[in-house]
Ligand binder design. Sequence first.
Ligand code: C5P
Length: 277
Amino acid sequence: MRVRAFAKINLSLRVLGMRADGYHELRTIFQSIALHDTLTIRASRGPFRLTCDDPACPADETNLIWRAAARMWAKAGRRGAPRGVAIDLAKRIPMQAGLGGGSSDAAAALRALAQRWRVGEAHVRDTAAALGADVPYFLEGGTVLGLERGDLLFPLIDVPAAWVVLVLPHFGVSTQDAFEWLDAFGVARGGDVPQEFLNDLEAPVVARHPGIGRIISALRREGASQAAMSGSGSAVFGLFSHRPDAVRAANRLSSAARRTLVTRTLNRQKYHRLAAT
Ligand code: C5P
């Protein structure tokens, strides 16, 4: 069985304040994009195994796929560590980029293993939220409003289809670091600026990585209708109505310090249709 795990961008990410549980209160709009990892799940004798074609990706118990498998196994009422399944991960979503790759892989693993081990939908949802704030979104897909930790979800009418230029610097940003930099920057100011499409993590991350700010400006100069950092970065996206404009911008912005790629938004219906290959 093969499943696709699609990436996301955040069309908007407002940080409204600090929560009692140490997380930040968010108001974000998630959007699925066609860029994806692929998980191949097969029956295998012995303990659960995870392999990944990218040596930089940890394939041990720290990987969210592994943790998803351990929790699903327990929810299926089985004892000990998971067995009988091997997962091969073809990693295409860059890591530490703010594109949700690890969370999407986890959600894809949850869906596939729940089917295999006959675990109910309610358990899948609970487990998703326990694995990470972004994981529940990947059970939904399309254009979705996320409140609280980003895990209280309200599906929206899908935004009009757009071409997405991703600019990927050769460095990553840890999500935890980005939120700490925001806290050090002063109070979260999200609530008082009546602008829908902003990323409140952008300024504190750009203060450490000025190159990200230059990429956002360059994408706007190239004609992007919207350009912003995705999540906690380091990826920057630009939206374009026409593919040739997106391709031209991607070509002009690629350099020795960063890679670019062109992808497109995915609506909810396509997200679910394409998820199982
Ligand atoms: O939930 P997840 O493990 O993906 O979050 C990674 C880190 O990002 C958290 O440990 C926390 O520091 C930060 N975070 C936050 N507020 C959120 C989501 C994430 O502070 N709503």
